[in-house]
Write a protein that binds this ligand. Sequence first.
Ligand SMILES: [Zn+2]
Length: 194
Amino acid sequence: MLETAHGTFNVSTHGVDGPERCVSISLGELSRDGAAVRLHSSCLFGEALGACDCDCGPQLATAMQEVARRGAGVVVYLYQEGRGAGLDTKISGMELQRVEGINSYQAYAKLGLSRDVRDYRLAQVALTDLGLAQHVTLLSNNPTKRQALEGFGYVIDEQIALSYQVSKRAYDYLLMKHEEGKHALDFDKIRFVG
Ligand SMILES: [Zn+2]
């Protein structure tokens, strides 16, 4: 059990030992249809350091709040920095963005990388361990996460975007994710903070 500012959750690790593990942060009855699910990729800068150029920290907090508010759900925390490319690559990409005035997708292209190499298979291990029911509510605006969950056999009854309290810089990042990454976001709902 882990008491947090957002509620009291069960935490456990899943997968084999070593870096190939993920963490589930859950509460309530997951075996009943309708539980909320978020597949969350780690972002040290956004979550722990308060970085202003992305929305990862607020998204993680909002996801935990939403799970607590609904009374049943899980955040699967996956260690995949820099959209799966690793922290070294992320830092190289950030510097390229700064120097050349380009976005993160363009920076990854310049580095010869795919824009997003995240792998969600470990989340399937966690969700199976937890006995999650087949019908779920997805807490994400990312079409790739939707496809991943559907690929695992889950049925998404409802999809809720979380990215609605952001800094101006994070707003630009969201706009790019929306336009280039096809993230499902309603920009009328976005409010600036900080
Ligand atoms: Zn981030």
